[in-house]
Every structure is written in structure tokens, then in C-alpha cells.
Design a protein around this ligand. Structure first.
Ligand code: ADP
Ligand code: MG
Length: 388
């Protein structure tokens, strides 16, 4: 990566490298922007940014994956408007840093990422968080502030009304642990996953055009549900405040679609709590069952799944050693996550790949979901993997 930096910029003097991971969400989907609960794992797939000061007042960003270079006057980065391309993520972050009182220094950046783009493993948050660390280049910023600032960049500059999960887990990921996040209090706890199981992500290799617009539509439908429920229970400020029993008592007063959206979110929050509990007790069967319930709820009530995701889930559930499976991330393509016994991994990978290829003519990439650490500086450059 340093060699590449030198090729692109002529010199790699004073270069430092920052890393931020992607994530797989085990359970708690579309609950973060409703201020509820999520339980992601930081992956060892990550975005790496090499950075060194530039002498000519410019800010440059090079993406290895895209083999594309962009440049700006560093002094004017705060006035830049969204360009509707990949640079919006780091430029949005730079603007939020300025708003936070930091000076964004002239610098050359080279970006390498092993997180597949647009696959629901959050390449965007990995890019934002590693971008923030690269711009800071060693200056301190409290971890929670870092996560929130990157979320604001995606909301304000990219225009995606996302919750806090992706940026939070990229910052707070823990080796060997899943992390349960309370998206209202912004507190978390590390959750030990039981022995005797492992998680794999399988990529549909598709992203339907609907993904962005439907996400915004769901955010609006959840707001409508809150409005409707407040007519009966005035203290409700978000769907997070609604218990399953409360929901059932008001459900028939909500319009049909809004009712199903709310039912997903309310029952999903409940499933996260039960999943954490089952995980701590080592109840593998219940964990698997909750994953499947989560998928069905996303499929029928929230309607953010798609044919390819359903196929991967349904096929997985028929494979020896699989305990549960669901779509993960925003939906309309991207990845599923499957919980299975470690000795079933190679059989699963073969079977799911064969079945998917026969049906869709696409080879689904399968990723290990070994929990890895959150964002930080990389001191040992040997550990940086090649650009896929
Ligand atoms: P996800 O976060 O699930 O991967 P998003 O649509 O939220 O999907 O973010 C994907 C976008 O992030 C890409 O379309 C691209 O704009 C940007 N991105 C991610 N990684 C890179 C990279 N290595 N180089 C350039 N842009 C990237
Ligand atoms: Mg994203």
C-alpha cells in the first residue's frame, strides 16, 4: 500500500495509515434510526487510508479500488457541494470536522478497502471513519464524537438518513465479541458469542435501484407510525418507546402499511434483547430461530428483502449444520448472515455457491465474520491486505 502511495504521489515520506472496519449486523435491522437496539460485529474487512501532508495546499484522494484521483484546495473544502459520487463520504467528513473546530490540513490520501462496496457490510462507514482518522492524522477526537460526526457526514452531505449503527461499530468494534448498541443512549456492551457456532456472510452480488429511495420511505413510514401511536400513547417519541404489548393495543388504529412497518421495528427490538439473552445462555436453537424470525419480518412486514436474499436464506436453512440465517444491512440486495456449526463451513460454502450460481448465474462471495477490533492507526504495514 505504501508502494502504491509512492507511485501515486511521488514520495511516501511521513506517511501514516489508519484503518476502520466494515461490519455485519447479526440482528436488529432498521432499528437504529428508530433509536432501538442492534447487535453488529466489526469485520476484518476494512478500509485503510494512507495519508501524508501535502506541500502545495491541495487535498488529494486516490481510491485504489476505483483507480481514481480527485483533488481540491484544502482551504476551500468546507464550501464544497455534494458531487453525488464516492468522494462525498470523505468530503462530508472533512466538513463535519471543520464544523467541530478542526483545521483540515492539505494532505495526500490513498484509499484501499477490502469491504465490498454496496453489499450491506458498510463500506461507507469504513470509508468515513478511516477518512476522519486520516484527516485528523493523530489529533485526538473522543470515539463517540468520531462516530457521531461520521454519521452526520452521511446524513447531511451524502443525504442518507442513516442511523448510528455502522459508524458506531466501526469505531467500537471488539475482537472476539459482538456489540449490543442502544441507539438512544449510545451506550454499548460487548456480547460474548457462544462457543460452537460461527457466522458467515454471503453476498447476493446485486443491489437493486430501490435501495436508497426505499430506505428513505421506511424512515418516513416509521415517523408516521410514531405520529399515529402518539394519538393513543402521547409519551412515545420513537418506535423504541413502544413495547410489543403496547403495539398490539394500538395496532388496529394504524393504517395497514404503517402498522406492518411498526410491527417489524417493535418486534425486532424485542428479538435483539432475546438474542443477546440466548447468546449469553448459549441457547443456539433460540438464536437461530430469532434470526429466521427477523428475516421473515423484514421480508413480509418491512418489505426490504428481495428474491436473491430470500433464496440465499431459504437455501441456507436447508444445509446441514445451519442454525439460522437472515438478510443483513439495509436490504434490496447485499448480504445474508448465516449462523452455523464450524464443521459445516466448507460444506455450506460449496452448497450455497453452487445453488446460487445455478439459479442466478452469479458466484456469491462468502465472507468469514470473525469479530475484529474497531478503528485505529495501523503501525505494522505488513498487516495491510491487498486491494481485492
Ligand atoms: P455499503 O455501506 O453497504 O457498502 P453504501 O451504498 O452505503 O453501501 O456505500 C457504498 C459507497 O461507498 C460506494 O458506492 C462508494 O461511493 C463508497 N465507497 C466505499 N468504499 C469505497 C472505496 N474503496 N473507494 C471509493 N469509494 C468507496
Ligand atoms: Mg453504507
Amino acid at each position: 500500500m505504501i508502494d502504491r502511495f509512492r507511485e501515486v504521489y511521488g514520495s511516501a515520506e511521513g506517511v501514516r495509515v489508519f484503518r476502520a472496519p466494515g461490519r455485519v449486523n447479526l440482528i436488529g435491522e432498521h432499528t437504529d434510526y428508530n433509536l432501538g437496539f442492534v447487535m453488529p460485529v466489526a469485520l476484518d474487512l476494512a478500509c485503510y487510508i494512507a495519508v501524508a501532508p501535502s506541500a502545495d495546499g491541495k487535498l488529494r484522494m486516490y481510491s485504489e479500488h476505483r483507480d481514481e484521483m480527485r483533488e481540491w484546495d484544502a482551504a476551500r473544502i468546507g464550501a464544497e457541494l455534494p458531487a453525488h459520487q464516492w468522494t462525498d463520504y470523505p468530503v462530508g467528513v472533512a466538513q463535519e470536522l471543520i464544523r467541530e473546530g478542526f483545521f483540515v490540513e492539505p494532505a495526500n490520501l490513498s484509499i484501499r478497502s477490502t469491504v465490498p462496496e454496496g453489499s450491506g457490510l458498510s463500506s461507507s462507514a469504513a470509508l468515513e471513519v478511516s477518512g476522519a482518522l486520516a484527516f485528523l492524522n493523530g489529533r485526538e477526537l473522543e470515539p463517540l464524537k468520531l462516530a457521531r460526526l461520521c454519521q452526520r457526514a452521511e446524513r447531511n452531505f451524502v443525504g442518507m438518513p442513516c442511523g448510528i449503527m455502522d459508524q458506531y461499530i466501526s469505531v467500537f468494534g471488539r475482537e472476539n465479541s459482538a456489540v449490543e448498541i442502544d441507539c438512544r443512549s449510545l451506550e454499548h456492551r460487548d456480547v460474548q458469542l457462544p462457543a460452537g457456532i460461527t457466522f458467515l456472510a454471503a453476498n447476493t452480488m446485486v443491489k437493486h435501484a430501490l435501495a436508497g429511495s426505499a430506505y428513505k420511505e421506511r424512515v418516513a413510514e416509521c415517523a408516521a407510525a410514531v405520529e399515529g401511536i402518539r394519538q393513543q400513547i402521547p409519551e412515545v417519541a420513537s418506535l423504541r418507546d413502544v413495547s410489543v404489548a403496547q403495539f398490539e393495543s394500538v395496532a388496529n388504529r394504524l393504517p395497514e402499511v404503517v402498522r406492518r412497518r411498526a410491527r417489524h421495528v417493535v418486534t425486532e427490538d424485542d428479538r435483539v434483547e432475546r438474542f443477546v439473552d440466548a447468546s449469553e445462555r448459549g441457547d443456539l436453537a433460540l438464536m437461530g430461530k430469532l434470526l429466521v424470525e427477523s428475516h421473515r419480518s423484514l421480508q413480509y412486514d418491512y418489505e426490504v428483502s428481495c428474491e436473491e436474499l430470500d433464496f440465499l436464506v431459504d437455501t441456507a436453512l436447508g444445509i446441514e449444520g445451519v442454525l439460522g440465517a437472515r438478510m443483513t444491512g439495509g436490504g434490496f440486495g447485499g448480504c445474508t448472515v448465516t449462523m452455523l456449526r464450524p464443521d459445516a463451513v466448507s460444506g455450506f460454502s460449496q452448497e450455497i455457491t453452487g445453488a446460487y450460481e445455478r439459479k442466478y448465474g452469479l458466484k456469491p462471495t462468502v465472507y468469514s465474520c470473525k469479530p475484529s477490533s474497531g478503528a485505529g492507526e495501523v503501525k505494522n504495514f505488513e498487516k495491510i491486505p491487498p486491494q481485492a
